[in-house]
Design a binder for this molecule. Structure first.
Ligand SMILES: [Zn+2]
Ligand SMILES: [Zn+2]
Length: 680
C-alpha cells in the first residue's frame, strides 16, 4: 500500500511509525515499512491517499520488519499477517478497552490468574541471583554448550525429564544477562556485553512452577508474555522492552518470538518437540521453534533447544552438524527409570479380568499406591463422558451437522458436543435415523473414567483435568493445586496433564486405551505417540519414588509400546523417513482448500493440480479429502507437496504461491486456498 505524507507530518514520520490510514472507507492502523520520494511504478498519483495521522505509540524497528518479512516469505503469508501475530491487539484501542473492562469484572483468563502479579510487582525488585548448583554432568553440559555457542552453533540439549535441563538453561541465561557469556563466533570479541534472553515454552498456563523458579533467580528481570494476557499487560511489556539500558529475561509462548527485544543474546526453547509451537490457524502458520532459529540467526544470538524426546527434525540437524547435541543422560536425582508394564486388554477381556475400563491388574496397582499414600495419574486421550453415541437398534452413529466428526456425550450437562466446532445440543435418546429411543453413549472418555474410578475407589479423592475443566479458571487452578499438594489421590486427564508439572509424590501413571494414540493416519503419528508416552513416563517417579507406568492396549505388540524406554524406535523412525522421503529429509507443504460447496471445491482442486503439474521439479499428491473432510460447515481437501532440501526451495515456493494466486483469480467463487509450510 502506498500513501502520501501530508506536510505537517514530514518531520515526525519515520520508518516503522504507526499510522492511521483509510482504505475502502474504513480506517486501519498501519506500520510505515519504508519512505520514498518517488511514486513506485504502476501507481496512479491521483489515487494515492494521504496518511490520516501518526499514532503516539512508539514505532517498530527495522529489525522487526526484516524478521516479519523473513517469516512471511518462509511461511507464504503476508507481512501484515505476521504483524498481526506480533502485536495481536496490543495497539488496537477497541480491543484494549474490552480487555480492561473484562479485568474489572474479574473475568481474567486462567493463565493470567496463574501468573498474576508478576511483571509489575517484581519490576521493583532487583535480580536475586539464587543461582542453582550444578551437578558434574550439568557443568559438563553447560561447558559443551558454551563451546558450541563460540563456534556459532545451535545446541540441542537432550535429556530425560528430571535430568536437570532447567538448571543448565538458568546458568546460561544468567551469564548472558550479566555479560559473561560467550557469544556466537566471539573469538574476535573478547568482552561480551550483557544481553537479553528469550525463554520459550509450549504453554504458559502449564509453566507456573518454572515461572516461580525463574522469579527466584532473576527477580525483576523476568517478564512473562503469552497470548491470553490482557492487552494492557502486553502494552506495558512492550514499553518496558523499549528501555534498552537493561537486560531482561522474557518467558513466553511461541508468539513471544515477535517481541521487539533489541539486545537479544540467548534464546532457550524448552520442549522443542512440542506440537504447541506450531500455529495452525490463522496465518502465519509458523512453528515457534523454527521461527526462533531464524531470529537467532538474524540477530547473532545463541540458541539452545531442549527436550527429553527431541523432534526428528532436530536429531537430523544434529546428525548433519547444524546443531551440537549435548546429552544429559542421567537423571539429576539419580533414581531409576520407571518400570513399564503393558496390559493386553483383549486378553484381559477374554479372561473376564476387566472391571469397566480397567484391567484388574491396574486396579490392584492403584490400590497398592493408595495404601502407601502415593499418587496416581490416569491418562485418557479423549475428553467427554463417551466419545461415540450409537443407536442400539440400527447402529447409527451421531455425527456433527457441520463436521465429519462423531459427536461425544457430556454427562455433566447432559449434552452432545462436537470438539471441532462449537456445536452443542441437549442429549435426546431418540435415534435420528430409525426413531427408536435407544441412543447409547459408547466408549469411555475422561468423564466416565473418573466416574468409574469413584465407584471402584469410593474412599479415594479423585479429580479430573481436561479442556472441560479448564474452561472454569477457579476449578482448574484448584485441581492442579490440590494434586501438587497431595490432597488428591488420583488425577484423571487428557494430554494437558503431560505438560510441565512436577508432582513429587506421583508413583503410578496409567494409560487407558493406549490404542487411541495410534489412530491418526499420518506419517508423524508414531513420533507424536512416543512423545506423549515419554512425557507421561517422565512424570512418574520423581525424587524419592521409583515410578511405574502401566499401559492398557489392544495392540501390545505395536512398536511404539515395545520400544518405549529403549530409545530404539526414534532412530528407526528416522530411517523410515529417509527411506520414504519424508521430512526432515525433504520439506513438506500442504495446500488446504476449503469451500462450503463440495462441487466447487473439487473444481478448484482440479484446476490447482493442473497448474502445479506445470511446475518443473515439483512432486505432489492430491487433491485428497482431509482426514476430517468437513469442519465447521466447510468441505476440505488437501494437496501435499514434497520439496527437496535445496537451493531451489524459495523458487519452488514462489511458483506454488503464484499457481494459487492464478487459481484464486480465475475461479468464479473464491475457494479458500491456504498454504501450510512444514505442517505438523
Ligand atoms: Zn437407530
Ligand atoms: Zn462440528
Amino acid at each position: 500500500m502506498t500513501y502520501s505524507v501530508p506536510d505537517d507530518m514530514r518531520d515526525s514520520i519515520r520508518e516503522g511509525s504507526r499510522v492511521v490510514v483509510t482504505m475502502h472507507f474504513r480506517k486501519y492502523l498501519g506500520v510505515v515499512e519504508g519512505i520514498g520520494y518517488e511514486l513506485p511504478e504502476g501507481i496512479d498519483e491521483d489515487k494515492v491517499k494521504p496518511i490520516d495521522s501518526i499514532e503516539p505509540f512508539a514505532g517498530v524497528s527495522r529489525l522487526e520488519i526484516d524478521f516479519w518479512r523473513t517469516i512471511a516469505d518462509y511461511y507464504m503469508c503476508t507481512v501484515g499477517e505476521v504483524y498481526k501475530a506480533a502485536y495481536s491487539g496490543a495497539f488496537a484501542r477497541q480491543i484494549e478497552y474490552l480487555a480492561e473492562e473484562k479485568v474489572l469484572r474479574g473475568d481474567e483468563s486462567a493463565a493470567e490468574r496463574l501468573l498474576s502479579g508478576d511483571a509489575e510487582a517484581s519490576m521493583q525488585r532487583s535480580m536475586l541471583k539464587e543461582l542453582p548448583k550444578l551437578s558434574e554432568l550439568q557443568l559438563q553440559a553447560a561447558s559443551q554448550a558454551r563451546t558450541a555457542f563460540a563456534a556459532g552453533k545451535a545446541v540441542l540439549l537432550d535429556g530425560v525429564t528430571g535430568s536437570g535441563k532447567t538448571e543448565v538453561y538458568i546458568t546460561l541465561a544468567a551469564e548472558t544477562l550479566s555479560g559473561t557469556a560467550v557469544s556466537s563466533g566471539s573469538a574476535a570479541r573478547p568482552s561480551v556485553p550483557a544481553r537479553s534472553v528469550l525463554y520459550l515454552v509450549p504453554e504458559i498456563a502449564m509453566s507456573r512452577q518454572l515461572c516461580d523458579r525463574l522469579k527466584k533467580v532473576f527477580g525483576g528481570k523476568l517478564l512473562v508474555f503469552h497470548s491470553l494476557q490482557a492487552s494492557s499487560a502486553k502494552k506495558r511489556l512492550y514499553e518496558s522492552l523499549k528501555d534498552n539500558s537493561s537486560t531482561r529475561i522474557i518467558l513466553g509462548t511461541r508468539s513471544a518470538v515477535f517481541l521487539p527485544i533489541e539486545n537479544l543474546g540467548l534464546v532457550i526453547i524448552d520442549e522443542e518437540h512440542d506440537a504447541s509451537y506450531k500455529q495452525e490457524e490463522p496465518a502465519p502458520r509458523y512453528n515457534g521453534r523454527d521461527a526462533a532459529l531464524m531470529l537467532a540467526r538474524m540477530r547473532r544470538a545463541n540458541i539452545i533447544l531442549g527436550s527429553a524426546t527431541p523432534s526428528l527434525e532436530s536429531l537430523y540437524n544434529a546428525e548433519t552438524g547444524k546443531f551440537v547435541r549435548v546429552a544429559l543422560e542421567t537423571k539429576y536425582y539419580g533414581e531409576d527409570d520407571p518400570e513399564i508394564e503393558i496390559v493386553d486388554t483383549i486378553q484381559a477381556r477374554r479372561l473376564h479380568d476387566m472391571t469397566g475400563s480397567f484391567s484388574n491388574r491396574l486396579i490392584n496397582e492403584i490400590r497398592d499406591c493408595l495404601s502407601l499414600r502415593e499418587q496416581v495419574m490416569v491418562f485418557r486421550s479423549r475428553r467427554s463422558y463417551a466419545p461415540v453415541i450409537q443407536c442400539a437398534e440400527c447402529g447409527e452413529i451421531l455425527k456433527c451437522p457441520n463436521c465429519d466428526v462423531n459427536l461425544s456425550y457430556h454427562k455433566y450437562n447432559n449434552t452432545v458436543a462436537c470438539h471441532y466446532c462449537d456445536y452443542v445440543a441437549p442429549f435426546d435418546a431418540h435415534c435420528p435415523n430409525c426413531g427408536a429411543e435407544d441412543l447409547l453413549p459408547r466408549g469411555a472418555g475422561t468423564e466416565r473414567i473418573e466416574e468409574e474410578l469413584k465407584a471402584v475407589f469410593p474412599e479415594a479423592v479423585i479429580d479430573r483435568f481436561d479442556a472441560d475443566v479448564f474452561k472454569s479458571k477457579t476449578k482448574s487452578n484448584a485441581v492442579l493445586k490440590d494434586f501438587s499438594e497431595g490432597k488428591t489421590d488420583i488425577l484423571v486427564g487428557t494430554q494437558m496433564i503431560t505438560k510441565g508439572f512436577d508432582f513429587e509424590n506421583l508413583a503410578l501413571v496409567a494409560v487407558i486405551s493406549g490404542d487411541s494414540l495410534l489412530s491418526y493416519q499420518d506419517f508423524r503419528n508414531d513420533e507424536r505417540a512416543m512423545e506423549i508416552l515419554s512425557q507421561l513416563r517422565g512424570r512418574a517417579g520423581r525424587r524419592h519414588i521409583r515410578g511405574r507406568m502401566l499401559i492398557q492396549t489392544d495392540t501390545p505388540s505395536h512398536p511404539v509400546f515395545q520400544s518405549l524406554g529403549t530409545g530404539m524406535r526414534r532412530s528407526e523412525m528416522l530411517d523410515e523417513r529417509r527411506q520414504f522421503g519424508y521430512p526432515p529429509f525433504t520439506r513438506m507443504m500442504k495446500l488446504i482448500l476449503r469451500d462450503g460447496h463440495e462441487g466447487r471445491l473439487m473444481r478448484t482442486g482440479a484446476a490447482l493440480a493442473e497448474k502445479l503439474a506445470l511446475i518443473a521439479g515439483l512432486r505432489f499428491t492430491g487433491p485428497v479429502a482431509a482426514e476430517r473432510s468437513k469442519l465447521k460447515g466447510l468441505y476440505i481437501t488437501e494437496i501435499w507437496i514434497k520439496l527437496p532440501r535445496s537451493q531451489k526451495l524459495p523458487e519452488l515456493k514462489k511458483a506454488v504461491a503464484e499457481a494459487c494466486e492464478q487459481v484464486r483469480k480465475e475461479s468464479e467463487y473464491p475457494t479458500d486456498i491456504v498454504p501450510d509450510v512444514d505442517p505438523l
